[in-house]
Design a protein around this ligand. Structure first.
Ligand SMILES: NC(=O)c1ccc[n+]([C@@H]2O[C@H](COP(=O)([O-])OP(=O)(O)OC[C@H]3O[C@@H](n4cnc5c(N)ncnc54)[C@H](OP(=O)(O)O)[C@@H]3O)[C@@H](O)[C@H]2O)c1
Length: 286
């Protein structure tokens, strides 16, 4: 007899933060891979749009309202998800709150609001579905953290603190769930082109970017697409039994900083200036 439980044919998934960015892309990717998905977030109309898109492509999807800062909402979401798709086999925690803040000008309420979504809400959600997964000896918990766990960013105090807490929570889960058949994967993205930061004051954004460059954490200007992070989540969920993707760092590849050597030798007098020139048009928020 195998020492690992095979993946069931039907593996219902819940995805938080599914109204935009990484969560939305993950819901679409999981549905394309055959998972029934329940999409959770606060903006219901956005969820319905994504559900329509999944169904139009032949997938199974349902929307359920979710505010991770509200314990009653988390409980209602888990109940609605179970009623819609049956026993949950995959939980993807992709929702996140990130508002610029500063250590020297702390706003305790804002700090608490960020921790409520990024840490407390995740724990509450996972705790609600975990006992059934352990009973069935099968399931995947995928927690989207952030590269700030490795490289803290100034002026994101609540965000960085909450993601460090989330990383610690996920690492502990991995240890405690060892041997239960339930896997925990941490997906740790770098800068990603999503709606995160789109509501920030442009002046504050400029100031933060300058600071991040000064601290050496914004090494180039290329951003990941949400689909790239979604692909990492799907890889973790679809890894064969006996394998666990414990920590997946997904980073944007740096654009070319030098033109490739020409195939043909340079004409006499061209010198050797081809390398080292900036690669025009390669950067930007693509
Ligand atoms: N973008 C980046 O550069 C980057 C880098 C590293 C890690 N990440 C992480 O990736 C994850 C996804 O972020 P994103 O980049 O895709 O940003 P995004 O487009 O802003 O998406 C954030 C999602 O979180 C949801 N959300 C926020 N507050 C919520 C709450 N109280 N309850 C339930 N859902 C809530 C939002 O939905 P509603 O507003 O509809 O509720 C939205 O769907 C986050 O955990 C973020 O920390 C992002």
């Amino acid at each position: 007899m195998s020492r690992f439980v095979p993946h069931p044919d039907r593996r219902p998934a819940v995805v938080t933060g599914a109204s935009s960015g990484i969560g939305r892309a993950t819901a679409l990717a999981l549905a394309a891979a055959g998972h029934p998905v329940v999409l959770g977030a606060r903006r219901g109309a956005r969820l319905e749009e994504a559900v329509d898109e999944i169904r139009a492509r032949g997938g199974e999807a349902h929307a359920a309202p979710l505010d991770l800062a509200d314990s009653g909402s988390v409980a209602a979401f888990v109940k609605a998800a179970g009623e819609a798709v049956g026993e949950i086999d995959v939980v993807v925690s992709a929702a996140g709150r990130n508002q610029p803040d500063a250590a020297e000008e702390p706003d305790p309420d804002d700090f608490a609001a960020t921790v409520a979504v990024n840490l407390l809400g995740v724990q509450r959600l996972v705790a609600s579905v975990l006992p059934d997964m352990v009973r069935r000896a099968h399931g995947d918990v995928v927690i989207v953290t952030s590269e700030v766990v490795r490289l803290p960013r100034v002026r994101t105090v609540g965000y960085t603190a909450s993601k460090w807490g989330l990383h610690g929570y996920a690492r502990t889960l991995q240890m405690e769930l060892e041997g239960t058949g339930v896997r925990t994967s941490i997906v740790q993205p770098g800068q990603t082109l999503s709606e995160m930061g789109s509501d920030w004051d442009p002046g504050v954004t400029t100031e933060l970017l300058e600071q991040w460059v000064r601290w050496g954490v914004a090494r180039h200007d290329h951003f990941l697409q949400p689909e790239a992070v979604a692909a990492a989540v799907v890889s973790a969920v679809q890894a064969p039994p006996g394998t666990q993707l414990s920590l997946v760092e997904v980073e944007p590849q740096a654009p070319l900083t030098a033109l490739p050597l020409p195939d043909t030798p340079p004409e006499a007098g061209d010198g050797d200036g081809a390398r080292g020139e900036p690669a025009g048009g390669q950067g930007g928020r693509s």
